[in-house]
Design a protein around this ligand. Structure first.
Ligand SMILES: C=C1C[C@]23C[C@@]1(O)CC[C@H]2[C@@]12CCC[C@@](C)(C(=O)O1)[C@H]2[C@@H]3C(=O)O
Ligand SMILES: O=C(O)CCC(=O)C(=O)O
Ligand SMILES: [Fe+2]
Length: 358
């Protein structure tokens, strides 16, 4: 069972929340895309409030486990360097992604996501929760993108497919390595998390590769690239182009930019990891702003557990003083809760809320 596909089938999206605007055809920000943003959404790029900056972890650092634990507890987001993904592959990935989004809208619509499907071209899933539309478009892939790529380029899709498949293999291995680091940093072993079987041909886990495009925008001060959200995954690995725009929300500080570092990848701790760690790891709220001059792209790899696994904190992480904060959920159950209740999903599965409602 594929949790993502099952969840999309149970929660279809209206076509008006799938089909993007023809961004290139508009010279003025339409009312449908005008958000009331405050200056807090556009923080300075320096650090006047001493918020610190998003941790950067060199994966070959002997202290990588401790640094990972600290980053997950304090931030819920960090960047990794020396991760082993070949630079040439990242360049090709970005090139193929730009090639796709540079196509005219009517051509991209040949590969549009259907209301109950999760792969193909369209707006981000979370669009349904906002009265205004976001200044972005996306393309989701799992495994081979052949079916949709053939519609985009009937005679010229091989390279696109090869690059996307090669990247999923590489990023899948790296994601499992980083997940191993995260679990190890919580003091967990293979026996505590039996479903986690890295290097097992990725038969068990489930994942989604999502290409994001944020076109050049006529009025960035009133547009939203990707509205504030947390990721529903265990963890997400993100390659962002050299154009900034991603921000993470810090308690008592506000939005802090995640500055692009050439060759580094961004790691987001997702909601399921927050549940598994019994609240020790943060699932960081993040958003993306757009700009007037550069077409920004990013490529996110959402990684989750096998479909039949109930995510809950291993007994090692709980005791009578720290009982499980959330009730056990499968990824499909959690995606369904997120599709219905969005940012309230975590609160709804919290044990105390559950008890209070009885
Ligand atoms: C596995 C998933 C993560 C995602 C929701 C989904 O079920 C499939 C689409 C994913 C995505 C990609 C763009 C950003 C995002 C917030 C969205 O709207 O759809 C994420 C979702 C998420 O992390 O919740
Ligand atoms: O584009 C980015 O930098 C972030 C994308 C993101 O948050 C997502 O795809 O969930
Ligand atoms: Fe995200």
């Amino acid at each position: 069972m594929n949790s993502i596909s099952e969840s999309f089938k149970s929660n279809p999206v209206n076509l008006d929340r799938i089909i993007p605007l023809d961004f290139k055809a508009v010279l003025k920000l339409p009312d449908s895309h005008t958000w009331s943003l405050s200056t807090a959404d556009h923080p300075p790029t320096t650090d006047p409030f001493g918020a610190g900056s998003v941790p950067v972890i060199d994966l070959t650092d002997p202290n990588a486990v401790l640094l990972t634990r600290h980053a997950c507890e304090q931030w819920g987001v960090f960047q990794v360097t020396n991760h082993g993904i070949p630079v040439d592959l990242l360049i090709e990935l970005e090139f193929q992604t730009r090639r796709l989004f540079s196509l005219p809208l009517d051509q991209k619509l040949l590969a549009v996501r259907s209301p109950e499907a999760f792969t193909g071209y369209g707006l981000a899933r979370i669009s349904t929760f906002f009265p205004k539309l976001m200044w972005s478009e996306g393309f989701s892939i799992t495994g081979s993108p052949m079916e949709h790529a053939r519609q985009l380029w009937p005679h010229d899709h091989t390279k696109f497919c090869d690059v996307m498949e090669e990247y999923q293999r590489e990023i899948g291995d790296l994601t499992e390595r980083i997940l191993g680091l995260m679990l190890g940093s919580l003091g967990l072993t293979r026996d505590d998390v039996r479903w986690f079987k890295p290097k097992d041909g990725r038969k068990h886990s489930q994942a989604l590769l999502h290409l994001n495009s944020y076109p050049v925008c006529p009025d960035p001060s009133q547009a939203m690239g990707l509205a504030p959200h947390t990721d529903s995954s265990l963890l997400t690995l993100l390659h962002q182009s050299s154009t900034g725009g991603l921000q993470v929300l810090r308690d008592n500080v506000g939005w802090v930019p995640v500055h692009p570092i050439a060759g580094a990848l961004v790691v987001n701790t997702g909601d399921l990891m927050h549940i598994l760690s019994n609240g020790q790891f943060k699932s960081a709220m993040h958003q993306v702003l757009v700009n007037e001059t550069h077409h920004r792209i990013s490529i996110a790899y959402f990684y989750g557990p096998p479909g039949d696994v109930n995510i809950s904190p291993p007994t090692k992480l709980t005791n009578h003083k720290h009982p499980p904060l959330y009730r056990p959920v499968t990824w499909k159950e959690y995606l369904d809760a997120k599709a219905m209740h969005f940012n309230k999903a975590l609160d709804l599965i919290r044990n105390d809320v559950h008890i209070a409602n009885r």
